[in-house]
Design a binder for this molecule. Sequence first.
Ligand code: ADP
Length: 688
Amino acid sequence: MRHRNNSPMITTIKERCRVCYSCVRDCPARAIRIADGQAEVIPARCIGCGNCVRVCSQRAKRVLDGTGDVRDLLASGAPVVAIVAPSFPAEFVDVAPQVVAGMIRAMGFDYVVEAAFGADLVAWRYRRLMSENPETRYISTTCPAVIGFVERYLPQLIPHLAPVVSPMIATARALRKLHGPELKMVFIGPCIAKKGEAASEPVWDEINGVLTFREAREMMSASGITPHALSRDPERGRRHNVHDLAANDPLAMDFDPPHPGTGALFAISRGLVQAAGLTENLLSNDVVATDGRREFVEALNAFDKGSLQPRLLEVLCCEGCIMGAGMTSDDAMFQRRRHVSEYVRDRITEMDTDAWQDDLTGFEDLDLGRTFLPNDQRQQFPSMAELRAILERMGKRRVEDELNCGACGYETCAEHAIAIYKGRAENEMCLPYTIERLRHALKELGSAQEALVHSEKLANMGQLAAGIAHEVNNPIGIVLMYSHLLLETLPADSQQRADLEMIVEHAERCKTIVAGLLNFSRQNKITRKQTDVEELIGRLERAITLPPNVRLSVEHYLDDRFFNVDADQVLQVLVNLSNNAIGAMGVKTDGELSIATSGNGQEVVIEITDNGVGISEENLKHLFQPFFTTKEAGKGTGLGLAVSYGIIKMHRGDIRVKTNANPVKGPTGTTFRVVLPRIGDESLEPAV
Ligand code: ADP
């Protein structure tokens, strides 16, 4: 329902919304959309019932402001009447009724009339309608939110809507007849949906302004209008009618005529039935009265399906108008009912029945008819397959996954999925789904942290490498210089020359590695060259010294022996791994060191296996950390694996360990598996 200026009746104040889904849960029209984690009212779907306003603890729902229109009307000079809803005794509980009338009059209204008189007319019209059309089943049309619901979501029921105006419109029509067409009408009541009713096409221009009680109170307090002193004496205020008040007291003026009778009961549930005396005339199950946001929808659906077939279904969206969202009262429902029924009782005892009957008869020919227009807002339902796909996206693969916990604001997961299909909800509203995603995110965060720790390790190692490299560079330079000098003095085919050449080769390798370390510390590039893996393993065999208790076996399972690596640096890794393996076998008599190469088109795998002591679980955690060593002082530096790790990572390769240190579980030993991509993509480097 939209106001005549096309402004939605209710909007969301985004900054206040904490997305608790209370409004989603309590909206009978499913007119709340959650988009980008924000609740918003869909104007076309909103029936103005105000449930979302009532349940929002953050006061994040804004009701269309009617005070501006009313101020303009009051300032216009035209005669203006305030039509006050029958629920007013539940709103102004400490104020005598005639003082309420006086306060409203003090706002600037020329007349203050009770809408309950229109309710009398309407009740009377219902009675006639039902006796003249005994075959027709009717849905009462006193509640604008119910009309809005039927027009939008059950338009096939429109022919059943009782073609009678609401008490507000009935009062307006009676007053126009009484005072002429110039009279401007302002309705003051508990209902937000009245703003929509006043703007709806079939009764267009009959009501010129609508205020909720809250707005009326705001206007009163802005103008300094407070209850008369007499109102602080509730006893006197309640028991005495207008004639007991001082004649010159401006507030001591009752509501203007025409005065109501039992129509004043309309504000409470079953009020229409009572006011129209329908229970007396019809079999009891011919009239069904129900109210409340869930119940009214259920009743209308049952009416539609035929499982509920009363002659009159009296439905109210709130639990009586006394519970309307435009009230400021915090009283419980039964207290509010009591205030209204006490007022009606007092009024009926004191009323001039003959005058009332005359008034009613005077409006016997008043047109109280109205029509209703379909405003179909029904949306297509998803197919079973579409529904399943949505549920699966929410992690609900099996029926057991559908917890129907209601945290999203929908009663079932299926309802939530349908709302997603219709664009009104998001996956993230599902609490179990969101928790699962958070868990996943935390895990990812964990791995990211791990990666960070690794890169930190590498950075530490880099610093260390730089330090060592500088220290080692000079002695190696000297070794090389003297070796070359010596070489010149030795005969070409002497054993000594061969030995010295070996020294030079390894010293040169040291120099390259040291330079490499320096590069590594600066996170520099590796220099890939086509390398024959079998040849590299040959160099490895020559570089390590096998003790007598260790047997070496080398196996190659590669068709293509070539890969692109920085051979010197990879050799350094393999030497480290092999020396560690030899160390782990200690004095074991049947030590076995196995080196195996394998792989596929993309990568080369080199495995170095020993049957040594294995690595304990505790040590495994620290294996690649710089300075971690279990070797005795002076023997181990704890750098070998840290440097190896860095070199392999720079190759975009991987280094993994498989080990068993527990003889109970089987033979002890360790395998280091180095995986290196065959063709390095230079653009990917550096890898760390
Ligand atoms: P270092 O050899 O100087 O101790 P490393 O970084 O090369 O430094 O090795 C760190 C530690 O890892 C070693 O002290 C040892 O405890 C463990 N380790 C490495 N390889 C093996 C293996 N093959 N078997 C058992 N323990 C090993």
